[in-house]
Design a protein around this ligand. Structure first.
Ligand code: GDP
Length: 300
């Protein structure tokens, strides 16, 4: 089994290739939940949704979120009723959020709601929220703190930020399922997800770093030079006190990473890093990178 640490874009692109090469029952994905939010009474877990939809074969892989060919009847009617949701939630996508919200309100843990949704969607891979207790990423702006989703989706990242904080009532602890998945794996792969908003929240769950130090860990950089392939990772790395580059990313993982993969185009010199083509612009490219990583793990 291989365990992946994932956000909602970079690692899912790698998983797109992996699921063609591995029996999905041999894949576990530990997913960031620090971008979760309640919207119109329903529970969005954007990264879990993307990973679930990928394995269910229904993900919109043009946007890397939401369900392919979804409709927006409810979202549009809500707007006419004066409820202006800043995230355009599709009708089928919303059904998942409604179901999850109901299950959570009924007392189920996020891990159980995810298991249940995965079962109903016919998913054989193991999809694991990093923790069962709420933790949320906020960015600090001159006007105060803002939920990361609001910063990125509502304001499209066009806001000056000077810090990143995580809010929680109790410090997040990795679930037993998360630690067991890491321990039972042949290797752990950190795909090229945002180091600040997707991977660090997982690493901050008590127990994860220690478990990773005992494992063989391969990580893929989401940067080429000082720019990410997409998204706000550069600004976030700066306010997180890290260089926005492969060097800064590797620095965040230095106590446990065994193989660090940089893109062949990356001008940044990082001693000991392995160079591969990491630009997963289509299914074939995802497959190629997945094959190379499996060769590193299994040797053939
Ligand atoms: P989010 O939850 O939507 O922010 O998604 P992730 O955190 O999983 O992934 C975002 C990161 O993926 C960004 O920092 C991008 O630079 C990176 N990324 C997206 N596509 C690719 C790709 O094809 N190759 C690499 N190396 N990184 C990518």
């Amino acid at each position: 089994m291989i365990t992946f640490l994932s956000g909602g874009t970079g690692t899912p692109k790698l998983l797109r290739g992996m699921r063609e090469l591995l029996d999905e029952r041999e894949i576990a994905v530990i997913v960031n939940t620090a971008e979760d939010t309640w919207l119109s009474g329903n529970h969005l877990s954007p990264d879990i949704d993307t990973v679930m939809y990928l394995f269910a074969g229904i993900l919109d892989t043009n946007r890397w979120w939401g369900i392919r060919n979804d409709t927006y009847v409810t979202h549009d009617l809500l707007a006419r009723l004066g409820i202006d949701e800043y995230i355009a939630v599709g009708d089928q996508d919303r059904a998942i959020h409604v179901a999850r919200g109901e299950m959570l309100r009924g007392g189920m843990r996020l891990t159980e709601t995810t298991q249940s949704l995965c079962r109903m969607l016919g998913i054989r891979a193991t999809v694991l929220p990093m923790t069962d207790s709420p933790v949320t990423t906020y960015v600090r702006t001159p006007e105060g703190e803002m939920h990361f989703q609001e910063y990125w989706v509502k304001h499209r990242g066009d806001v000056a930020i000077d810090g990143v904080t995580r809010r929680f009532d109790e410090p997040p602890v990795a679930t037993d399922d998360v630690i067991e998945a890491i321990e039972a794996s042949d290797a752990v792969v950190i795909g090229p997800s945002n180091p600040v908003t997707s991977i660090s929240p997982i690493l901050e769950c008590a127990g994860v770093r220690e478990a990773l130090r005992r494992q063989h860990v391969i990580a893929v950089s989401p940067f080429i030079g000082d720019a990410p392939i997409s998204g706000p990772a550069a600004a976030l790395m700066r306010v997180f006190g890290k260089e926005p580059s492969s060097v800064g990313t590797c620095g965040l993982y230095e106590d446990f990473v065994d193989i660090f993969i940089q893109d062949i185009r990356d001008p940044v010199d990082l001693e000991g890093a392995l160079r591969l083509d990491t630009l997963m612009v289509n299914r074939g490219k995802s497959l190629d990178l997945a094959k190379s990583i499996l060769t590193l793990i299994y040797g053939c």
